[in-house]
Design a protein around this ligand. Structure first.
Ligand SMILES: C[S@@+](CC[C@H](N)C(=O)[O-])C[C@H]1O[C@@H](n2cnc3c(N)ncnc32)[C@H](O)[C@@H]1O
Length: 550
């Protein structure tokens, strides 16, 4: 029988073996503590500033995600049908002979060889369920190959009892237990396999490291596995090329406060986040954002009242079975209607060509009158649109009409207005969105300047706004490794900021006849504000007023 997992005997003490391999598993800044209802968690021992490095965490084990397209089990590069190298020993698809010895492939390779299991390469379709067994198998192999790592793994939370008999448990019974026991003839109990898949489901992090085509990889990070969840978290992590996780603070943390991460998708609503956390992580989130019907004033899960246009909110988001109500006219909307409406957007998105801005705009237009302006579906659509305008075929930045350019700007600003609240400080999403916003603003400013529509003062002001966006981009992406898309954008943003600074200096010295006079500009501007009701102020207050004026 396997040893009793430490986590089931005494959760209040940190077992020395659980973190012993880490060079430092506490620091002058933070420590691991135990707090109900969170369990083990990381707590700040002193005030910690924004952007401070907390620790580097090395993966105990890593492997493909449960659902994965063809990838190399040595280096995790994406593979293509008929263009891969079958391992000379076990026949798993790899990039080359070199990859037979790379990473952790030796673990499953020896198991497949000793079971004399003949892998049918014809089985490899778009997504192969066999990948689901690889990481559990690698974990189980640690029992003999690396007992210290195995002990650390077994000390992690598995939620054995609540998982037993769940939908997830049944899927894993079929895809993992049956395969490992019946096909690979491993002498291991179903319970132990489920405990391992439990540890993986509860504690794994997706790894985004190395070459850009490396995807669908997950790993167990012993220190980060101690961190609690918060929908308004205070950390940000990146990976080095060797898959080391670097944890930094995304905003200041007070002494005694927990150091937290987000286990779920930030751009989803309270009901959806809480469902995801209950289903996959077995707890009910009661964080500040989940407890607040307005989600920190963003109205991210609110509908738009069909009677008066006011925000329709769930009265008690921690008990979402009650009716939604308009905060202005009291109009009630049954919870069933809210979920049907929310789900129908998911269904439409499943069927839509999500790479086509026109298809997303059609969905946006259909639901805009039903959801609050900041509803997560609308913000999600605008997030996608902010990236598609300027990048997708037929919509490259040089091809955008003025209207499309303005729409890109509007989408970026709406997304930023929300993420500035729910994900402030160092955030990948903020960095990327600020980068998306800088390009159309810069193009517009330069164009207006060329047409002599701007005074020097106004042109410099617009360029300085763009400069600030570039500086914010590089600030938000400063920890991203240079090999990643985000790391490259950070470099580009830094370089562009330098060039823009020079351009601003030049503009300040250009002869006056390049610019519109201040008096002429004032007249034009006054005429525009009489005719144009477009608001530039995109604070939540202004967004609300805009919605209410429809
Ligand atoms: C990755 S582990 C975190 C470490 C865990 N507390 C432990 O002692 O091993 C995730 C588990 O921690 C608990 N947890 C994390 N964040 C929580 C929260 N905000 N509220 C309640 N439980 C939480 C849940 O049991 C969750 O499944």
């Amino acid at each position: 029988m396997d040893e009793v997992p430490w986590s089931q005997t005494d959760k209040t003490v940190i077992p020395p073996h659980a973190l012993a391999h880490l060079p430092k598993y506490g620091s002058e800044k933070w420590e691991i503590a135990y707090k109900e209802p969170f369990g083990r968690c990381i707590v700040a021992k002193e005030d910690i500033g924004e952007g401070e490095r907390l620790y580097a965490d090395h993966p105990l084990v890593h492997g493909p995600k449960q659902i994965s397209a063809l990838l190399c089990l040595g280096c995790y590069s994406q593979l293509y049908q008929e263009a891969y190298h079958p391992c000379s020993k076990c026949r798993w698809p790899l990039c080359s002979t070199e990859c037979e010895l790379k990473g952790l492939h030796h673990l499953e390779c020896s198991a497949f060889v000793s079971a004399n299991y003949k892998l049918n390469l014809a089985d490899f379709g778009e997504e192969n369920p066999l990948y689901e067994s690889i990481l559990p198998l690698r974990c189980l192999m640690l029992r003999n190959t690396c007992p210290e790592k195995w002990k650390t793994l077994r000390a992690m939370e598995a939620h054995d009892e609540p998982r037993r008999g769940s939908e997830l448990w049944n899927v894993e019974q079929k895809n993992v237990c049956e395969f490992l026991v019946k096909k690979l003839k491993m002498s291991v109990s179903d319970d132990l396999i489920h405990s391992v898949t439990g540890v993986l489901d509860v504690n794994c992090h997706e790894i985004q490291a190395g070459a850009p085509d490396i995807c669908n990889v997950r790993g167990l990070f012993p220190l980060s596995a101690m961190m609690s969840h918060d929908c308004y978290s205070n950390t940000h992590h990146t990976f080095t090329d060797d898959m080391t996780m670097i944890m930094v603070t995304s905003r200041p943390i007070k002494k005694g406060e927990q150091v937290t991460a987000t286990y779920t998708h930030l751009l989803s609503g309270t009901t959806e986040r809480r469902k995801h956390l209950r289903y996959g992580k077995f707890f009910d989130c009661v964080c500040r954002r989940c407890s607040d019907p307005t989600e920190l004033g963003t109205f991210f899960s609110a509908l738009r009242c069909t009677q008066c246009g006011g925000p329709v909110l769930c009265k008690d988001p921690l008990h979402p079975n009650n009716t939604y109500r308009c905060t202005e006219c009291g109009n009630e909307v049954p919870v069933g209607v809210v979920s049907r409406l929310t789900n129908s957007v998911y269904y439409e998105l499943q069927d839509a060509d999500t790479g086509d801005p026109a298809a997303l705009e059609a969905i946006f237009n259909k639901y805009e009158k039903l959801f609050h302006r900041n509803h997560f579906h609308l913000i999600g659509l605008e997030h996608s649109l902010s990236q598609l305008y300027g990048r997708s075929p037929g919509y490259l930045i040089s091809e955008l009409s003025n209207k499309q350019m303005d729409r890109k700007i509007e989408c970026c600003r709406h997304v930023l207005a929300v993420i500035d609240v729910i994900d402030p400080g160092i955030s990948r999403l903020r960095g990327l969105t600020k980068y998306e916003l800088h390009a159309p603003l810069l193009m517009k400013a330069n164009k207006e300047f060329q047409l002599q529509h701007l005074t020097r003062r106004e042109f410099v002001r617009q360029l300085q706004d763009v400069l600030q966006l570039l500086r914010d981009t590089s600030y938000c992406l400063q920890f991203e490794p240079a090999s990643t898309h985000e790391g490259q954008l950070c470099q580009i943003a830094r370089q562009s900021a330098g060039e823009l600074e020079q351009w601003i200096c030049t503009v300040k010295q250009l002869p006056e006849n390049n610019f519109l006079s201040e008096s002429r500009y004032q007249i034009n501007h006054d005429e525009e504000s009489d005719s144009d009701c477009c608001i530039e102020d995109l604070s939540l207050e202004a967004l609300l007023k805009k919605v209410e004026s429809y």
